[in-house]
Design a protein around this ligand. Structure first.
Ligand code: AP5
Length: 222
């Protein structure tokens, strides 16, 4: 089911953006562009960018806007982005959103659909502390709510499941603070333009998936 659209998943750490973005991107035939995954990939490959952002991410701070925008612009120039894309964790500051507006207009996507994942803080803490990620394919699990069939092993490719270094409670506190300070203002920014669709992301994975699809299908008709 192809969808020609720029989609932005907005929400705090652990809201379920990555879980939904993987499924939605696959079923709508769009690339999933997670800036967090791109940075983690750069870190694991030991690139210059990776070495620069590693200490920033380990503190729970945001990476400077110029580094983020350079990486995103390069990614958007690839052919698989011609029909649209699902952004997960980007933009995260008003400065990023404002530069993105210009990029999207020039690429023929003047009205992105922005889905705001709304979840209470206690659920976020449980989700983040229970998250485990496959060290090979990046599949996302949760020891409480979405465990793998065999503990510590990915169901899809047998990779070892690991905890992200920035999921330690003291770093999560910093990430939540960064979200409140720098990212939450984006909800007003996009609401004022009539682009924001808020969903209850505190429900189970399937229910949230239905809400995201409903928002996307509504946007397709508008
Ligand atoms: P990033 O990787 O983007 O992390 P995040 O936005 O903090 O989001 P998370 O990946 O923690 O959570 P998620 O919403 O994707 O939840 P998930 O689906 O995994 O960023 C990391 C860092 O990179 C930043 O701190 C910053 O330093 C840097 N960075 C990245 N982008 C940047 C940018 N644009 N600008 C500046 N810096 C940037 O789910 C979480 C858990 O919950 C999983 O275990 C999952 O199984 C479970 N779960 C999911 N949905 C449900 C559900 N409905 N019910 C129950 N459990 C669920």
């Amino acid at each position: 089911m192809a969808l020609k659209r720029a989609v932005i998943f907005l929400g705090p750490p652990g809201a379920g953006k990555g879980t939904q973005a993987k499924q939605i991107a696959q079923s709508y035939g769009l690339p999933h562009l997670s800036t967090g995954d791109m940075f983690r990939d750069a870190i694991s490959r030991g690139t210059e960018l990776g070495n620069m952002v590693k200490p920033i991410m380990e503190r729970g701070d945001l990476v400077p806007d110029d580094l983020v925008m350079k990486m995103v612009e390069e990614r958007l120039s690839r052919p698989d982005c011609a029909q649209g894309f699902v952004f997960d964790g980007f933009p995260r500051t008003l400065a990023q959103a404002s530069v993105l507006d210009g990029i999207l207009k020039s690429r023929g996507f003047p009205k992105p659909l922005v889905i705001d994942f709304v979840v209470s803080e206690d659920k976020l803490m449980r989700r983040v502390s229970g998250r485990r990620t496959c060290s090979i394919g990046g599949e996302i699990y949760n020891i409480y709510d979405a465990p793998s069939k065999i503990e510590g092993i990915c169901d899809v490719d047998g990779g070892k499941l690991v905890q992200r270094p920035d999921d330690r409670p003291e770093v999560v506190k910093e990430r939540l603070a960064a979200y409140e300070r720098q990212t939450k203002p984006l909800t007003d920014y996009y609401r004022a333009q009539g682009l924001l669709e808020a969903i209850d992301a505190g429900a189970g994975v399937q229910e949230v998936n239905r809400a995201v699809r409903q928002a996307l299908n509504g946007a397709r008709r508008s």
